[in-house]
Design a protein around this ligand. Sequence first.
Ligand SMILES: Nc1ncnc2c1ncn2[C@@H]1O[C@H](COP(=O)(O)OP(=O)(O)O)[C@@H](O)[C@H]1O
Ligand SMILES: [Mg+2]
Length: 269
Amino acid sequence: MQIISFMAIKGGVGKTTMAFQLAKYLQSQGQKVLMLDLDAQKSLTGTFENQEFNFNGQPTIADILKKPNIGLIETDVQKNISIIPSTSNLEEVADQLASKPNKELLLFMWFVKNAKELNEKYNYVIIDLPPAWNLLTKNGVAVADKIISPMEPSRFGYESHTKVLQSVETLKEEVIDPMSGKSYITAKVFFLGNRIKHNTNSSREFLVALKNLKNVIGIIPEKELVNASMLEKKGIWEYATENDKLRDQAKFLQLLKNVFSKIQEQGEQ
Ligand SMILES: Nc1ncnc2c1ncn2[C@@H]1O[C@H](COP(=O)(O)OP(=O)(O)O)[C@@H](O)[C@H]1O
Ligand SMILES: [Mg+2]
């Protein structure tokens, strides 16, 4: 089982979108995916809600953070996709946990406790994180095998790259196993250029900047197809098929597939 966290210190860069679309891609490959929504905005959770179904009354990620020794509490939402939803009071819950020992490792403890069952049931865990460097994000980083950090073209795009690396590095030094002296945090960080616009100066400059960075796992253009499929809460391939865009958008769909298969494989021994 592989744990992939989508992390960025700002919003609107595509964390939720890419987390959801990666899950749909893996689902189409017959992989079993567990999704975790750690953002109080509940965007990912909302992507699995519709007129007939919502998560009201279901266990949420807050239950795990409050009691890391509970068992599996996910809700099966689609074939091969289950989710542990978020809840709107997640930030308050996180504030209450701020004084706990090992507060960055609450999710980690739950994974350790349920490792066997999770490994049997899932091939991938995909975690969507809030747009901030807070306790929730730290919990999602601590458990990750891979961190995918989307960046969009902006004056701050490049700065966010440094911030992400520094934040992860600092956390790594903070959560050390006292017996072995090793960090609990083993995640590799990869950057994903996203929302690259056609023919704008900022995008051109951004692409040049990305070339100088290590660990850029892919570059995804700004496409209405992405937006449209998210509005319909669908995987992009499903949406493209239904709306007769497969041929029209073949190049983009192939590019996305390549990026996702690289995310899937990168860093594996
Ligand atoms: N490659 C893309 N092309 C077009 N729209 C995109 C792309 N990636 C993300 N978006 C859109 O950008 C908005 C913000 O994305 P979202 O995933 O919610 O960001 P985050 O989770 O980082 O805050 C959404 O409306 C989404 O549909
Ligand atoms: Mg989001």
